[in-house]
Design a protein around this ligand. Structure first.
Ligand code: MG
Ligand code: ZN
Length: 218
């Protein structure tokens, strides 16, 4: 019987995700789980957010192999932990639990998790985050929401990256907005360019408000 086994794995994961959440609440830390396909621009987006956001930020990098993204984040003087999943195509709550042991929690306001580039299974694994963001870049085409609805349905917000390339691509912002809001009517959409900085003011204002509201509620 495969189904009960799968259920057990997911409920064990959710239990540890709740422990992660409790630990972060105790330290008043807001955590964001960033999801996208490979090459959407997650690392550059995190770098540009770090430069603009006046908060103590730490980063957890998830990749199948290598530490290239963690090295980039470290150059900004930000505490970072690299998780190599060794083949697994998503992060799970035990991996995050381990990573949190290696971050300066007493000196952190906000943690970004850069999940493994994959639009399918990361959506099924809670990590203890406050919100999940899904990113779609203009170079990926505007049909991803129709092809991978699950991940777009669980997201709190959609980041549309690389809008500086819109003049060169057949990518319809209208189509993306419409398809996303059909799945997820409460969610926000932030079209932006991590290269030119266009659209970042709105995003920074929104995430800053999210962190402040979270801290006020605790
Ligand atoms: Mg990356
Ligand atoms: Zn996976």
């Amino acid at each position: 019987m495969n189904i009960p086994v799968l259920t057990d794995i997911l409920s064990a994961n959710n239990l540890i995700a709740e422990q992660n959440r409790k630990l972060l609440d105790d330290h008043r830390i807001y955590m964001v789980n960033l999801l996208s396909s490979p090459g959407a621009g997650k690392t550059t987006f995190i770098e540009e957010t770090i430069k603009r956001l006046d908060l103590a930020i730490s980063v957890i990098e998830g990749d199948v192999a290598s530490d290239v993204d963690a090295v980039r984040i470290k150059k900004l003087g930000i505490p970072v932990v690299q998780i190599n999943t060794g083949g697994s195509c998503h992060l799970n709550a035990p991996m995050i639990q381990k990573a949190l042991e290696n971050l300066p929690l007493h000196k952190t306001d906000l943690i970004f998790i850069e999940n493994v580039g994959n639009l399918i299974c990361p959506a099924g694994y809670k990590l203890g985050e406050n919100i999940s963001l899904v990113m779609n870049s203009t170079t990926e085409g505007d049909d991803k929401i129709l092809k991978y609805p699950g991940i777009f349905r669980v997201a709190t917000s959609l980041i549309i990256n690389k809008i500086d390339l819109l003049p060169y691509l057949d990518y319809s912002l209208e189509k993306i907005n419409e398809n996303f809001l059909k799945l997820n009517p409460q969610a926000r959409i932030f079209p932006l360019s991590s290269k030119t900085g266009e659209g970042f003011d709105e995003w920074i204002k929104w995430i800053r408000t999210g962190v402040d509201n979270f801290c006020n509620k605790l």
